[in-house]
Design a binder for this molecule. Sequence first.
Ligand code: FRU
Length: 361
Amino acid sequence: MYLCTRNLFHFAQNLYCMNKQPWLIFFLIGILSILVSCSQQNSSVNYRIGVSQCSDDAWRTKLNEEMQRELLFHPEISLEVRSADDDNERQAADIDYFINEKVDLLIVSPNEAAVLTPAVSKAYDAGIPVIVADRKVTGDKYTAFIGGDNLAVGKLMAQSLTMMLPEGGKVFELLGLPGSTPAELRHEGFIQGLGDKIENYEIIQAVGNWFRDQGEHITDSLRRLHPDVKMSLGQNDQMAIGAYQAAERLLPGNDIFIMGVDGLTGHGNGVEAIINNQIDASAVYATGGELIIQTAVKILQGKPFERNTALSTYMVDPLNAPLMNNIYQEVLREVDTVQMLKGRIDYFWHQHNLEQALLYT
Ligand code: FRU
């Protein structure tokens, strides 16, 4: 900034010698200095990160917000998020878009593993570092993976099932999107977790594709066929809440156990559903947005980073759900304060740059 202004000053001196119009020249310098100072904030953006999300829902909104928040510490990075709305072709096109844009790093949560692996590999082969988040690809053409431990999630569900329903019985397993790795791994973990005890249970599977309305619809049909069902396991909270809605309609005040996955706070999500006695438990599926950005920064700066990170899980139940909710409200307040402070700091820096420019002028 100082050098810039000094150069401008020399330039003005020359002009002054040439045409003896001091007020015009100083006016010019003033305008230029202000322009230089104003452009300083934008000139600091050095890295562009593209984010390709497979879907758009509360879980992913939380993930995107965490990433944006972490970027408050990195004004040199800009983020562009695209959501494919659960459409494989659209997500492949989004990834192509980021390749053409030559982003410095790509973060991708692939809708279905096998179908989107070629698109992700293409980005990797083009020399773009790729962080795969939450859902996996097949093979190892990626720079880093960060996501919840879905095997552990499945095992935790099995453990809770055997505790809630030790006598055994009929169980609905509402599966997420086939071909997406969390759906496959949660099921695998569930079967592994049951071990020999699997003999006590009759597991009836149905696909709900991660959606609440589909969870509701299939539970409605299944319950008519199996009125003696004891428990409904949704591979995410939205399907579990859908199962509750269907069960409640068929048999108000019904006593079947319902469990989900995600353990999200906020309106319409799992923790609220537990507090409202709609579902009984939910296995937390961590989003890890901050860690994703921290890893992206390390990769961009050429620093060492963890290649595979599995985020741990735990069960939310009626005992700890209110506590989680309180912590969430507190975090929201803190986030507001931090964002407000950041806004003020940006404002003061802007003022400072402007004043400095005027002073030099
Ligand atoms: C959101 C979501 C979550 C689920 C995760 C699995 O799109 O469906 O509810 O736990 O994806 O990737």
